[in-house]
Design a protein around this ligand. Structure first.
Ligand SMILES: Nc1ncnc2c1ncn2[C@@H]1O[C@H](COP(=O)(O)OP(=O)(O)OP(=O)(O)O)[C@@H](O)[C@H]1O
Length: 338
């Protein structure tokens, strides 16, 4: 019996991206090095790493735009280039600046819609959806970076795909735009879509993402839920009676550790009220009491800048050769929305 067509892939795994041992070398330089991870439906996954870590190269391989040197990736169990209906399966926005400057936003989307066999009316629907209906008649050359980002997102959503792959979608957005994007992606994830967004700043996406995949020098450094990265919840107390409070908290069953300076006690707890109650009962004055938030930016920096993760693009490790990749590195594009 012959294999079922791609569109008959089991629904449960339809939106999952699987990357296995993905490697890309440019003239001997390993831009992506034996990368394996999964991206799950209904969640927003941050694909993170400093400049040059290999994020865009990985996304381009997932989308069939360049050929891996070894390893591979699948979407719902099928490699991108074998998808029966790629535009209705995966939408992507890799380069927000890559629009014909003389073409209006509406025309840009209409061209994409026509080439994908979708009705032209999708163009106006999408411009409305991403909040730039007034940009329909304006030439893309006059768009702000934020408008280009939204137009890129509209292009990615044309085929109402189950999966969205967005490269640095928050770049160039103002705070209102970032907040809008966050809500928009959350809404799409709640509909069950798989959302993979890259960023070189964990702090930029920490309020947006459920899961993180962190890269440095082409290698996987960390993968998991963002809450795991934040670590155990803690409550930080500033008090002139640090020793007494630490003893009282320990006697009440809290695990404590000294703070970064004298007069600070840190209790492992997600319940500031309970910590405050112990201080009150022990008659210890409290000058400040608050949840201690993990400094994810510092953690990200630590994870991606130490030891072997030290950025190879900063000069003290073998770096990439200059110049564009050899022509044989480019795979034929399959009409993906970019
Ligand atoms: N076509 C190419 N030819 C040679 N080297 C390349 C090519 N494309 C990417 N590289 C190199 O591969 C490494 C990874 O680049 P990539 O663009 O994937 O990183 P990134 O994580 O997306 O970085 P950024 O956040 O700056 O966009 C870089 O050192 C880059 O110079």
């Amino acid at each position: 019996m012959s294999a079922p067509p791609a569109s008959a892939a089991p629904k449960a795994g339809r939106g999952r991206i699987e990357v296995h041992n993905l490697t890309k070398s440019f003239k001997g330089f390993r831009a992506v090095d034996d990368l394996s991870f999964n991206v799950e439906p209904g969640r927003i996954t941050g694909f993170l790493g400093p400049n040059g870590a290999g994020k865009t190269t990985t996304l381009r391989m997932i989308l069939g735009l360049i050929r891996p040197t070894s390893g591979g990736s699948t979407i719902g169990g099928v490699p991108y280039v074998k998808l029966a209906d790629p535009l209705r399966t995966v939408g992507s926005a890799l380069e927000a600046t890559n629009f014909h400057p003389g073409r209006t936003g509406r025309d840009h989307l209409r061209v994409l819609a026509t080439s994908a066999g979708l009705p032209k009316s999708r163009a106006d629907e999408l411009l409305e959806l991403v909040g730039i209906p007034a940009a329909a008649k304006k030439r893309a050359g006059g768009y702000s970076m934020g408008m280009r980002q939204r137009l890129g997102l509209a292009g990615a959503l044309l085929g109402d795909p189950d999966i969205l792959v967005l490269d640095e979608p928050a770049n160039g957005l103002d705070p209102e735009g970032i907040r809008w994007l966050r809500g928009f992606l959350r809404h799409l994830a709640a509909e069950g879509k798989t959302i993979l967004v890259s960023s070189h700043l964990l702090s930029e996406v920490e309020q947006t993402v459920d899961d993180v995949i962190i890269l440095a020098n082409g290698k996987l450094i960390r993968q998991g839920q963002i809450d795991e990265l934040r670590g155990e919840p803690k409550v930080r107390v500033r008090t002139p009676g640090a020793r007494e409070l630490a003893e009282a908290l320990t006697a009440s069953g809290f695990r404590v550790e000294p703070g970064e300076e004298a007069g600070i006690v840190v209790a492992y707890s997600d319940n500031p009220a309970a910590v405050g109650d112990v201080a009150f009962q022990a008659r210890v004055p409290v000058h400040e009491l608050a949840r201690q938030r993990a400094d994810l930016e510092a953690l990200f920096f630590e994870l991606t800048s130490q030891g072997t993760a030290r950025n190879r693009n900063l000069g003290d490790a073998p770096g990439p050769e200059t110049g564009a990749g050899a022509p044989q590195d480019q795979a034929p594009t399959e009409g993906g929305v970019r």
